[in-house]
Design a protein around this ligand. Sequence first.
Ligand SMILES: Cc1cc2nc3c(=O)[nH]c(=O)nc-3n(C[C@H](O)[C@H](O)[C@H](O)COP(=O)(O)OP(=O)(O)OC[C@H]3O[C@@H](n4cnc5c(N)ncnc54)[C@H](O)[C@@H]3O)c2cc1C
Length: 292
Amino acid sequence: MGIFYRRLPRFDYVVPKTLDEVLKALNKHKGAYRLLAGGTDLIPQLKKREIKEPEYVIDLKGISGLDTISYDGNGLKIGPLATITSIAQSPAVQEHYPILAQAALSMASPQVRNRGTFAGNICNAVPSADSIPSLITLSASVKIRSARKERIVPLEQFFIGPRITALKANEMVVEITVPQQRETSRGVYLKLSPRHSMDLAIVGVAVTGTCENGICKDIRIALGAVAPTPVRAPTAEAVLQGRQITSALVDEAARNAVTQCSPIDDHRASREYRCDMIYVLTRRALNQILLS
Ligand SMILES: Cc1cc2nc3c(=O)[nH]c(=O)nc-3n(C[C@H](O)[C@H](O)[C@H](O)COP(=O)(O)OP(=O)(O)OC[C@H]3O[C@@H](n4cnc5c(N)ncnc54)[C@H](O)[C@@H]3O)c2cc1C
């Protein structure tokens, strides 16, 4: 059966020219609005009546300067309108954070990547969102603003449940910040989906780590689509941290990663299959980062 797209519901379309105007509007219409970045999640959700109908849709695209990607000695800053394509093609991302370019290219189609943003992917907060596991392994944070306050929240603490974030009714994400990594740090994102891109992850595994002289100096593992929110796998990391890396240890860590998840059974994959694939992809990712 085909998908039946209804018309958009009625709402007031607001097009602010500055960030201050957006923040004032958020304060005024607390909770009665939705922000529009690329719209690749929001518009289908509104058409399908999957989310509560907002009174206002506030389009961010009229504001200049929100699409920047900048890099200096402290790390990477991604603006809320930086598209998935611009992230994949950024020389700074390709050189210093190739795992992000890899995650970006695993998402959707070129058309969707040209409109969609990492900020939208994060704020939509579905467990299968492809940008999130890699950003978590890079210890990324989000800068959040309201008209009166600014706060920084580590991405790991940003997700409360499926489609629920730590954002308050008058707040928005104004920046994604990724700290500088060790020179020797390497990362990989592996996504399992029935079709190459244009499909949500059944399982997503991101690993960032450093191995020097066979010793694991630093390792972070994050898993997508296998729990109500993307999750980090700290006990699997502990198996490897500071140890001489062997295939047996990698295998033990990958088995441990399975215990950190609570996948669902749905039409896309059974719980059992997802658990098996967490093991397979985590082992594969760890082999690439620590043993090759
Ligand atoms: C055909 C298709 C294929 C797709 N494939 C994938 C895929 O492979 N992997 C994947 O992860 N996703 C996929 N998606 C989902 C979507 O494209 C991504 O999640 C995208 O990154 C969303 O970004 P956006 O800018 O379009 O967000 P929008 O739709 O504009 O916004 C999404 C949500 O975030 C909120 N929001 C946006 N910006 C902010 C902000 N700065 N502060 C606070 N809230 C904000 C919006 O109000 C909305 O609730 C696909 C979508 C389509 C239509």
